[in-house]
Design a protein around this ligand. Structure first.
Ligand code: DON
Length: 322
């Protein structure tokens, strides 16, 4: 057996007994998830997969779509244009807070709803009616297989998304988004309703860790420069108002979603995907967090862990071969 496989097997056994937290019900359809489902998957940048538990169970990607949509926007419009509309500052507030930065009226960052809806609107301004199909095609390339939408969750989101509609109108009021706001919201609701598995999340993470190239198909999805943009915002803002504690305890870029997924990236090494739908008070998967905290401490994954020796490039400059 492999050591990584043994490790995730033991973490799965250890945390399966943890039944703290609640399945999200604010979107009624999400409340139907089986709270006991639990899967952990790792995919290395050379495409080796290690998995345990419910790694084939589909669930909706939800907010884990946000860094990937942001990546598309910077890829297609350039980082400057996107940052003119959305900042990259952690908000310290809940994902659905109705707030903008004082003075500029920009959303704080693209990982919370104000920023993500702005990104969806920017993509919609660029691609019009084709926006969602385009986004689904790009997400599928990142995952390395054709993804699809959970129609019931999408309709549930659309029917009950009053808070997101309020956010969209606030953005329209400040001229942050264009007037076809219902169409932009539709892109946002659909992108949150894309079905993935824990294995898909690990593969999508591995694509980011592999400089934007899917490890299995070899397809290039993001340029290296924009992978850096995506990972930095995941690092500082990916876990909502738990982001600071996450950076302190785990120290790797990650993103969670209210359906129970967590995606994390070990740059140039590994993608991590977990699924367990019981959430804590921040909207993060309880078991997903525990698994990542444990993995990070056992494998020395934190960027500032003593095992991380810094830049090999800098090392070569400081200590040139004699
Ligand atoms: O905007 C919403 O309500 C969701 N569809 C996305 C939420 C999400 O995953 C935030 N999570 N932690």
């Amino acid at each position: 057996m492999n050591e990584l496989q043994d490790l995730i097997d033991s973490l799965h056994a250890k945390y399966a007994a943890n039944d703290r937290g609640q399945v999200a019900t604010y979107i009624p359809e999400l409340g139907k998830a089986n709270p006991d489902h639990f899967g952990i998957c790792l995919v290395s940048t050379d495409g080796r997969t290690f998995e345990v538990g419910d790694c084939d169970t589909p669930f909706t990607i939800q907010s884990i779509s946000k860094p990937f949509a942001f990546g598309l926007a910077v890829e297609e419009m350039g980082a400057d244009e996107v940052l003119n509309r959305v900042s990259v500052e952690p908000s310290g507030d809940a994902f659905n807070s109705i707030e903008l930065q004082t003075g500029s009226n920009r959303p704080f960052n693209p990982m919370i709803n104000t920023g993500a809806i702005t990104v969806s609107a920017m993509l919609h301004a660029l691609h019009g009616d084709r926006t969602f199909d385009h986004l689904l095609e790009r997400f599928s390339a990142i995952a390395g297989r054709q993804l699809c939408v959970d129609q019931a969750v999408y309709e549930s989101e659309r029917r009950t998304g009053h808070r997101n509609r309020a956010i969209a109108h606030l953005l329209l009021n400040f001229g942050v988004v264009h007037e076809e706001i219902e169409a932009a919201l539709d892109v946002y609701f659909r992108q949150c309703s894309i079905l993935v598995t824990a294995r898909d999340l690990a593969m999508m993470g591995a694509t980011l860790s592999n400089m934007g190239r899917n490890p299995i198909t070899g397809e290039s999805t993001y340029s290296i420069r924009h992978v850096k943009d995506i990972l930095s915002i995941m690092f500082t803002c990916g876990m909502y108002d738990y982001s600071g504690q996450w950076a302190y305890r785990v120290g790797i870029p990650a993103k969670s979603g209210v359906a129970g997924g967590v995606l994390a990236v070990i740059n140039r090494q590994l993608g991590i995907g977990t699924y367990s739908p019981r959430l804590d008070q921040y909207g993060n998967s309880v078991r997903g967090i525990e698994v990542c905290v444990d993995l990070a401490s056992r494998l020395g994954l934190h960027v500032f862990d003593v095992l991380n020796m810094g830049s090999s490039f800098l090392d070569a400059v400081l200590n040139p071969p004699t």
